[in-house]
Write a protein that binds this ligand. Structure first.
Ligand code: SF4
Length: 299
């Protein structure tokens, strides 16, 4: 479909995480032409950056075209650190503008493959499918939830370009993903061996309480966020918007949902982090109660 509609190979969007790794392996085994892209979020852990570079080097040696895309916003190069002052509020669970700019809009007019899975959130179960045709006109959006969907012929024959997405691991559970990685001896991002459940930006609001430990492991990222919050407050003052925060630290405390007493710095230890990880995962996986927890595979 990618060759027919776009006259170009399928693009695998690779975040450096376990789900992208499985997608890469499935597409490689399918024997179809493909390319791999990674969108640099500028807030990824160094391990992810090196892992992606190594992977791409070895794929290039095998003749696979790979590209690391540097993010653009309003026609200019951007980063997490410049987006925050531009948007005038920090990224949150409900307003993940960073993902939209730094990850989702980087590949245009191509058929892409992602590692999205229903097991990651209940919302995804309702809004994502194995095949998706996303057009600017929401009424024409087409999402197929299974391979035998009777609308598949429509999806395949329609030559309207829009954004076409294939999610080959949409119905895989965490266990499926880890079993496949272990049994096929695939080289995974080393962050998982450090106890990370998911690989995203350091400080990603979706990581909730896990961010405390992330900032303990990567204190320079905390400084980078504080610096960005400083510049965000400056931009807010200039724009005369109502500023509710006194300084960058106050923004950080609010953003971390830490509810500390002003001036008090709370440090979480490893046990607390593991406990938080456990509780969050229990919540997220409540419909997959039978599954072993990911850190049981990793640690
Ligand atoms: S992974 Fe998290 S922090 Fe990074 S771009 Fe996406 S929402 Fe933003």
């Amino acid at each position: 479909m990618s060759l027919r509609i776009y006259e170009k190979p399928l693009v695998i969007t690779d975040s450096g995480g376990k789900d992208s790794l499985v997608c890469r392996e499935l597409v490689r085994r399918a024997g179809i032409p493909y390319e791999v892209v990674h969108s640099l979020t500028t807030a990824d852990a160094p391990e992810t950056v090196y892992y992606v570079r190594d992977t791409f080097r070895s794929l290039e040696e095998q003749g696979v075209h790979c590209k690391i895309i540097k993010p653009m916003y309003k026609g200019k190069r951007t980063s997490m650190w410049s987006l925050i002052p531009m948007k005038k509020f920090p990224p949150t669970r409900l307003k993940r503008y960073c993902c939209q700019v730094l990850k989702e809009e980087t590949v245009k007019d191509r058929f892409i493959t992602t590692g999205v899975r229903w097991a990651e959130s209940i919302k995804r179960k309702e809004s994502r499918g194995i095949y998706e045709n996303l057009t600017s006109d929401v009424r024409q959006k087409l999402i197929l939830n299974n391979d035998n969907d009777e609308r598949r012929a429509l999806f395949e024959s329609c030559t309207l370009k829009g954004k076409r997405v294939c999610n080959p691991v949409i119905d895989w559970t965490d266990r499926d993903v880890w079993d496949f990685i272990r049994s096929e001896h695939l080289k995974v991002n080393p962050l998982y061996e450090r106890g990370f459940y998911r690989v995203g930006c350091i400080g990603c609001p979706m990581a909730g309480k896990r961010r405390w430990m992330e900032f303990r492991l990567y204190p320079t990222y905390k400084q980078a966020y504080l610096h960005a919050f400083d510049r965000m407050l400056e931009a807010m003052h200039k724009g005369e918007s109502r500023v509710k925060w006194k300084n960058a630290q106050a923004v950080f405390d609010w953003w971390m949902e830490g509810h500390q007493i002003e001036g008090q710095l709370r440090l979480e230890d490893m046990d607390t982090w593991r406990q938080a990880n456990h509780e969050i995962q229990e919540e997220e996986n409540e419909q997959y109660e039978e599954e072993p927890k990911p850190w049981q595979h990793n640690l």
